[in-house]
Write a protein of this length. Structure first.
Length: 475
C-alpha cells in the first residue's frame, strides 16, 4: 500500500476538484453573503500567500478571534495547509485567560473580527509574541482607542497575492491546529491536533452511525468555530461537499438561526442545549417549523429529557453526542442500536451514546483505578484512547491526565450498559459523597429540570457535619 500522508490539504483538494459548486453561506447584517467553494479556494490560496508575506513559517501559531463566518473558514484551510498551526481563541474567556493562552501558545499573527476588537483591548501591550493583527471587516473600521497599534486589513492583504500558492509537502504528524480548554479550574490548557488526527476524526464524523454528514446535506454549524474545532464540522463539510451555513455573530439568536435554516433548507443543525432551549421557546411562540431538518446534533452538556421531548414534538430529531476538547471532540453518539424496541428508543437517545469506531473506552474507579464492569450500575471515570485522543497538554501541563498504560482520563464519571451505552452521571470534581454513598449532581439536575416550570438547574455539594456533604440545588 502507498504511504500517503493524511492532511487537511486533501480536504482542500476535494473542495477544489469535486465540490466547487457547493456553497458557503454566511449571515450578514443585511441578508447573507454567498460564495461557492470554487470562489473560496482561490481566496484560501491568496490568504496562504499573505501569511507567508507576514513572516509565518511552518509550526508558527496563527490565532483567530472570530465568529462562524467565511473568513474564519478560509483560515481553517490556509493556516494548516501551509504548515502553520491554527489557534482559535474562545471569545467567551475572561481577558486574563485570553492573555494567558496567547502568550502560552506564542501566537505570531492574530486575526480578529471587527465587532470583537474590544475583547483585545485589555491585552494591549501584554501579548509580545503577536507581531501583526489583521482586521476582518465588511467595511467598518476598528473602534478608536483600542491601543493595539496598526491593524492590517484582511481583504487588502488578499488582493495583493496570487491565486496560485505552492503548497508544501506536509507530514501527517505535523500540528494542524490547537484549542484551549475553558479554564474552569486554573488556567486553560492547550490541546494540539495533528493533520493525521484531524483527518481520521473527519472520516469518523462522516460515518453513517455518527453524524452522517453527506454531500446532500445543508449544515448549519451553530457550535462556535472557536470551540473544539466546531465539533469537526468545517472539515466534515469540506470533505463531503455539503453546503455550509455560518451564522456569524447571530449564533445565540434563535430567530436568526431558524430564519437562516428555513431560507437555506438546512438538514443538519449542531449546537449546545442552551441554543435548543431558546429555539424551542421561539418556535412554540412563533409557530415556525423547519421541515427539511432531519438531525439536530446536541452536545456540550447532558440533554434534559424535557428538551428532547419538546424537540421531537416540533419535528426535530435530536442526536445526542459526547466529547471534549481533548477528544477532537467526537467521542460517542447516541443512536439507538439495532433491535432497540420503540418504547426504549428515547432512553437510548438520552444517553451519551456508544463510543465511536476508532476510539476505545473504559470506566475506572477514581480512587483505586480498577476497571469497572459494563453493567449499567457501577460508575467510574471515563478513560479513552484512540487516534484523535490527546496524549497530553501543550507545554506539559497536567501530566497525570494520561494513565500509565496510555488512557486519557476525561474527568467525566459514567456508567456503561451491557449494550455499550455511556451514561454520564457527573464530573469527578462534582460528584457528591453523602453518608458514604456517591450522589450524581447531573442526575439530580435532570430530575429537577423535568419539572415543567424549571428551565435550568445546578446542584452542588455543601459540607455537612453528619453526612460529609449534602446536595443543594439552584433552579
Amino acid at each position: 500500500m502507498q504511504d500517503y500522508e493524511l492532511s487537511i490539504q486533501h480536504v482542500l483538494w476535494r473542495l477544489e476538484r469535486l465540490h466547487g459548486r457547493s456553497e458557503v453561506v454566511t449571515k450578514r447584517e443585511q441578508g447573507v453573503h454567498r460564495m461557492t467553494n470554487a470562489e473560496l479556494v482561490p481566496r484560501v490560496n491568496r490568504l496562504a500567500g499573505a501569511l507567508k508575506r507576514l513572516g509565518v513559517k511552518p509550526g508558527d501559531r496563527v490565532a483567530t478571534l472570530s465568529f462562524n463566518n467565511s473568513r474564519h473558514l478560509e483560515l481553517y484551510y490556509a493556516v494548516p495547509c501551509m504548515g502553520a498551526v491554527l489557534h482559535t481563541l474562545n471569545l467567551r474567556l475572561f481577558p486574563q485567560h485570553l492573555e494567558f493562552i496567547v502568550n502560552d501558545a506564542q501566537d505570531k499573527v492574530l486575526f480578529v473580527d471587527q465587532p470583537l476588537v474590544g475583547l483585545l483591548k485589555p491585552l494591549a501591550g501584554k501579548i509580545p509574541s503577536v507581531e501583526k493583527i489583521v482586521l476582518m471587516t465588511d467595511g467598518a473600521p476598528a473602534p478608536e482607542g483600542h491601543g493595539l497599534g496598526e491593524m492590517l486589513d484582511y481583504e487588502t492583504l488578499l488582493e495583493a497575492e496570487s491565486e496560485d500558492y505552492p503548497w508544501p509537502k506536509l507530514s501527517e504528524r505535523m500540528a494542524a491546529s490547537m484549542c484551549y480548554t475553558s479554564g474552569t479550574t486554573g488556567n486553560p490548557k492547550g490541546v494540539v491536533y495533528s493533520h493525521r488526527s484531524q483527518f481520521i476524526h473527519t472520516m469518523g464524523v462522516l460515518q453513517k452511525d455518527n453524524l452522517a454528514v453527506s454531500e446532500n446535506d445543508v449544515v448549519l454549524a451553530i457550535v462556535p468555530m472557536f470551540h473544539a474545532n466546531s465539533w469537526g464540522l468545517p472539515y466534515a463539510i469540506g470533505m463531503s461537499g455539503a453546503k455550509a451555513l455560518l451564522p456569524d455573530r447571530w449564533m445565540g439568536d434563535a430567530k436568526a438561526v431558524c430564519e437562516l435554516a428555513d431560507a437555506e433548507s438546512a438538514t443538519i443543525l449542531a449546537g449546545v442545549p442552551t441554543i435548543w432551549i431558546n429555539t424551542v421557546a421561539y418556535m412554540k411562540e412563533s409557530g415556525k417549523r423547519l421541515p427539511k431538518v432531519h438531525t439536530v446534533v446536541c452536545g456540550g452538556s447532558a440533554v434534559p429529557r424535557a428538551l428532547m421531548e419538546n424537540m421531537d414534538a416540533l419535528g426535530l430529531k435530536m442526536l445526542h453526542a459526547w466529547g471534549m476538547t481533548e477528544t477532537s471532540p467526537l467521542g460517542s453518539v447516541a443512536r439507538p442500536r439495532a433491535g432497540t424496541k420503540p418504547e426504549d428508543e428515547l432512553a437510548a437517545r438520552l444517553t451519551q451514546g456508544v463510543i465511536v469506531p476508532g476510539v476505545e473506552v473504559r470506566i475506572c474507579d477514581p480512587a483505586s483505578g480498577q476497571e469497572l464492569p459494563w453493567d449499567g450500575v457501577a460508575f467510574g471515570e471515563i478513560q479513552v484512547r484512540g487516534p484523535w485522543i490527546a496524549r497530553g497538554y501543550y507545554n506539559g501541563y497536567d501530566p497525570d491526565k494520561l494513565t500509565e498504560d496510555g488512557w486519557f482520563r476525561t474527568g467525566d464519571v459514567a456508567k456503561i450498559t451491557p449494550e455499550g451505552y455511556i451514561q454520564i452521571v457527573d464530573r469527578t470534581k462534582d460528584v457528591i459523597k453523602s453518608g458514604g454513598e456517591w450522589i450524581s449532581s447531573v442526575e439530580l439536575e435532570n430530575a429537577i429540570m423535568a419539572h415543567p416550570k424549571i428551565l435550568e438547574a445546578a446542584v452542588i455539594g455543601l459540607a455537612h457535619p453528619k453526612w460529609d456533604e449534602r446536595p443543594v440545588a439552584f433552579a
